[in-house]
Design a binder for this molecule. Structure first.
Ligand code: UN1
Length: 521
């Protein structure tokens, strides 16, 4: 194992070494529930990115020469470590990004699912045997690594999403330069330590801590063959645009959504209410698959509304380390302001506000004086007064295609109720009226409605009688329209991290051409 960085401030992992890097600047990771500083990190510069890309490029040849099964070996160590350290890592996730503890642990679980999938994939058939028009010719599709993969990951799944990108990229024989989100560098540090402990060869995996400028330096560098990005639409579109202009370079970006749930006239309302609450408020609405629109048939509208509103008034916002908390804080102060602007926009556009817990009552912010087990607990809870707390904001509004509040993603616990009268075609028309197309659900007991939604809703991830969060790693994860171009994760990411070779071989003594082309000279 290499020596960690020389100061107490954690650094980057480049070419198998921990380094403070080239720059002077540092930044802090803070607990969104308390504002407390968790750790300090060196902020990566262009020179650090350059060093990481050189290390990666140097390591590429040897790594791609190994068999995929050998390359997957280190991932199995990581798989076991993620499982063994489940509780501890789940708590780190919760402390650094504010998700309640079952979500913190689920993030780690999703990471080992992805690692297991990618490592297992090393033993799967890889390519295709294709028929040829000419007897005696063998035709195949074979895959080879693209080379250097730049990975840029978000803070809301700080352990799972890095493995979505990197596990498959590495097994496929690529080398990686990764920038974790600036809000969750501690999770980045832990993952880099795992890679180091698992003995990933020097230079095969590199991590640069820092902000968007370091990410841009990765994206813009000619040595990078593919950029995998999961995060905001704003950044993703910029990356897709800049990489798209460079022949031979690929970007697979998965971005946000303005996700909707259609609740039809014959929906099971228990399932509808449960699905809507999970989709809108879990993770404090900060999943790219979170729902911000509930499109409800007029026949069940009043009952649904009253039950949904009761639960939205009631869900426990609070100490994310407590097991009975439903949602923790927002990630940072700027994000609270962004959520505020979206809530205000809806009101300016005529929303009738049904639940407004944006500014939580003092009593809702955990103060920890009741039932605290220890003095440390008491202290921890008292500090929650400095957290970035926001609660559910629910409004109803008459659907109108011109409303910005129904089109722009808030990424918070902010949700519109839209009443519709008509058939499933009308519901899906409203559902599709956003620039995004990531996730959505239908709640219905009519299989014709369900099938119509499946086939016509403009989405990457469609659910029936379920929340629209909680996808499993063996399915493709990505969206259509403004939600994405390509799949930076899971099974489909193989397309972004490999090149296909159409391989044709002649077994005969003579040349015979396809398409009836004469081979006479
Ligand atoms: C995200 O929303 O940013 O489907 C990722 C889910 C998780 C991944 C979410 N498996 O909810």
């Amino acid at each position: 194992m290499s020596q960690r960085a020389t100061t107490e401030t954690d650094g980057h992992y480049i070419g198998g070494e921990w380094t403070d890097g080239d720059g002077e600047d540092t930044f802090e990771s803070a607990n969104p529930a308390t504002g407390e500083t968790l750790a300090t990190f060196h902020r990566g510069t262009d020179a650090d990115v350059d060093a990481a890309l050189s290390a990666a490029t140097d390591a590429a040849e040897e790594w791609r020469s190994l068999s995929s099964i050998d390359r997957a070996e280190f991932l199995w160590d990581i798989y076991h470590e993620l499982r063994e350290r489940h509780e501890e890592l789940g708590e780190i996730v919760t402390k650094e990004c504010g998700k309640e503890i079952s979500e913190g642990k689920a993030d780690v679980t999703e990471a080992w699912h992805m690692v297991e999938w990618a490592a297992g994939n090393a033993r799967h058939p890889h390519g295709e045997v294709v028929p040829s028009e000419v007897a005696g010719k063998d035709a195949y599709m074979r895959r080879k690594p693209r080379g250097v993969i730049g990975c840029i990951t978000p803070w809301n799944f700080p352990v799972a999403i890095p493995f979505w990108h990197m596990a498959i990229a590495l097994v496929e024989g690529n080398v990686v330069v990764w920038k974790p989100a600036e809000q969750t560098p501690w999770c980045g540090q832990v993952i880099a330590e795992m890679m180091d402990d698992a003995g990933v060869p020097d230079g095969v995996f590199n991590m640069i801590q820092g902000y968007g400028d370091a990410g841009a330096a990765i994206v813009d560098d000619d040595r990078v063959d593919t950029v995998l990005f999961t995060g905001s639409a704003e950044v993703g579109h910029e990356i897709a645009g800049s990489v798209g202009g460079e022949p031979g370079k690929l970007a697979a970006c998965e971005m946000g959504g303005k996700n909707g749930i259609v609740i039809t006239e014959n929906a099971d309302l228990d399932i509808a209410v449960h699905s809507a609450v999970m989709s809108s408020f879990k993770t404090t609405g900060q999943r790219c698959v979170s729902s911000e629109r509930l499109i409800v048939h007029t026949d069940v509208y009043d009952e649904f509304k009253s039950r949904f509103v009761d639960l939205a008034e009631d869900v426990a916002v609070g100490d994310p380390l407590e097991e009975d908390t439903f949602m923790g804080p927002a990630i940072e102060a700027d994000h609270v302001e962004k959520i505020r602007r979206h809530n205000e926009l809806a009101q300016q556009e005529g929303a009738d506000v049904l639940v407004d817990r944006f500014e939580l009552e003092d009593a809702e912010i955990p103060d920890g004086h009741e039932g605290a087990a220890t003095a440390a607990d008491d202290e921890r809870r008292a500090s929650y007064a400095n957290g970035h707390w926001v609660g559910p904001f629910v409004y109803e509004i008459e659907y109108d295609s011109d409303l910005r509040c129904l089109k722009e993603e808030c990424f918070g616990p902010h949700v519109a109720l839209l009443e519709y009268d008509g058939d499933i075609e009308r519901a899906v028309e409203i559902h599709n009226d956003t620039p995004y197309g990531l996730a959505g659900a239908i709640i219905s007991e009519d299989y014709r409605q369900i099938n119509y939604f499946r086939d016509r809703a403009e989405l990457g991830l469609a659910y029936a009688n379920l929340p629209c969060i909680g996808a499993e790693v063996q399915l493709p994860f990505g969206g259509v329209k403004k939600s994405g171009n390509g799949y930076p994760s899971a099974r489909e990411a193989i397309e972004a991290v490999t090149e296909r070779t159409a391989w044709t071989m002649n077994n005969a003594d003579e040349i015979e051409m396809a398409q009836g082309l004469s081979a006479d000279i």
